[in-house]
Design a protein around this ligand. Structure first.
Ligand code: DLL
Length: 435
């Protein structure tokens, strides 16, 4: 099923000429309304008229998170505040929040794109959507909410937290779909089971999980524990919020980027060079229809790949692979680059380990050290031959981490339910080197 058949299945040439037209318009607009872009263009020696083809976008310098911080809070807005109907902010793990604004039309577009996501997940107005993304300044809650309403589905605006109540509502209201972070999905599954609820027999059919990196192994685990189809949804506040790209039910290998509203590029994170399709690099987005807060060539820091093969769902929009992590989340352990999601994938392949883990990075003398703390399952924990069993598991995990990722890690198995649980985005890394 496709929500906006006309725009989601445009032949590539038509789509690209639409993108060019919209790109030219937005570039004109920011040049004349946002001092930051006027200065950027002038310094680069270009004018909006230099954008004659889509490839000309490469003449424009990148916009970075630092630029947004420097223009905090409203410096990059392209409309007067009287036209802004909503503000959101991304908390950011470091320093000041980034503030984003929307006009009425921006909210309309966002609602449509989120409705497209729900339809890509096989949902209709007959569905009940349990929306456990946080409501508030975070874009997840309200973004998904407006999309669900646009579709005409019944939305339960439960927000994050209060897990016992959520489980009661899941049982009583019988929602057919759930939206939350993948780590919260596991948290719900676990607490439900602890309450004696059979979480596999709820009415849930599909979940739209995103806002943080997760692995294919985590997908299997969530599907198994909640008996639903787990789909990946990507978004970033600066570009819009949830609904920048979404997996379709038909394929589940990469998320379609809504290219009639965004131009996506992939660059080498260090050199900034454009990478060929299929290679891994950093995602760069340009918003081509946003009014209040257009962004030109915004460097997301998110690492992914672009997939150009046609999709059997019929959408012509390019796909991006699951985001493995942010280049600023990448751990460098004695010179080996590794993302938390890669460690997750390794440990989840080992029977007896649970998808609850914490990575502790430290410096011992001048050497980096990595400790992987991971919970073992209840079954193993109460195993009669516990000690030897645990030692074997520990050895196996540290061998796998070395063999598959090339990292030497100290593995510490911990008791079931002893590590922190999350209601929104999980925070897996404790880097004591930064203290
Ligand atoms: O997390 C928007 C969102 C809400 C997306 C709900 C999906 C669902 P921010 O708080 O600005 O916005 O965080 C954006 O989260 O740059 C990625 O690093 C990460 N992220 C988002 N979706 C995914 C995903 C929202 N599906 C940052 N896989 C992004 C991996 C994701 N990482």
């Amino acid at each position: 099923m496709i929500y906006n058949e006309e725009f989601e299945t445009l032949p590539r040439e038509v789509l690209e000429s639409l993108q060019l037209k919209r790109l030219q318009q937005v570039v004109q607009r920011v040049y004349h309304t946002v001092g930051f872009y006027r200065k950027m263009f002038d310094e680069a020696g270009i004018t909006p008229d230099d954008i004659k083809t889509l490839a000309d976008i490469r003449k424009i310098p990148f916009t970075t998170k630092q630029d947004l911080i420097d223009n905090y809070p409203f410096g990059l807005f392209a409309v007067p505040m009287s036209s802004v109907v909503r503000l959101h902010a991304s908390s950011g793990t470091t320093g000041r929040a980034i503030v984003v604004g929307y006009t009425k039309r921006d909210i309309d577009t966002w609602s449509e794109l989120m409705a497209r996501c729900f339809v890509a997940a096989g949902l209709t107005k007959n569905d009940i959507i349990h929306n456990a993304y946080g409501y508030g300044l975070f874009t997840g809650g309200l973004g998904a909410h407006y999309g669900a309403e646009r579709l005409g589905a019944s939305v339960i605006p439960i927000s994050g937290g209060n897990t016992k109540r959520q489980i009661m509502i899941l049982q009583d209201f019988g929602p057919t779909a759930i939206c939350c972070t993948p780590s919260y999905a596991l948290n719900l599954a676990e607490q439900g089971a602890a309450m004696g609820v059979d979480m596999r027999s709820l009415n849930l059919r599909v979940g739209l999980f995103g806002a943080e990196p997760w692995s294919e192994q985590m997908r299997d685990d969530i599907e198994d524990k909640l008996n639903l189809t787990a789909l990946n949804i990507y978004g970033i506040s600066e570009i819009m919020g949830p609904g920048v790209s979404m997996e379709c039910l038909e394929d589940r290998q990469g998320m379609h980027v809504f290219e009639d509203h965004f131009v996506v590029e992939l660059i080498h994170p260090e050199t900034g060079d454009i990478l060929p399709y299929g290679e891994e690099g950093e995602l760069v987005f340009t918003t081509i229809t946003k009014e209040a807060f257009p962004l030109i060539r915004f460097r997301t820091r998110d690492i992914s790949r672009l997939i150009t093969e046609p999709c059997r769902c019929g959408r012509t929009h390019i796909k991006m692979d699951r985001v493995t992590g942010r280049s600023d989340d990448m751990l460098i352990i004695r010179g080996v680059n590794v993302f938390p999601s890669q460690i997750e994938a390794v440990l989840m392949n080992i029977e007896g380990l649970e998808p609850h883990y914490q990575l502790i990075v430290d410096k011992v003398g001048s050497m980096d050290s990595l400790e992987v703390q991971v919970e073992v399952s209840e079954k193993i924990f109460s195993h009669s031959d516990e000690v030897r069993y645990l030692q074997n598991l520990e050895r196996r995990l540290s061998e796998d981490l070395r063999d598959f990722l090339g990292v030497n890690a100290k593995v510490k198995l911990v008791e079931p339910k002893s590590l922190q649980r999350f209601e929104g985005k999980a925070s897996r890394v404790i880097d004591t080197r930064k203290r």
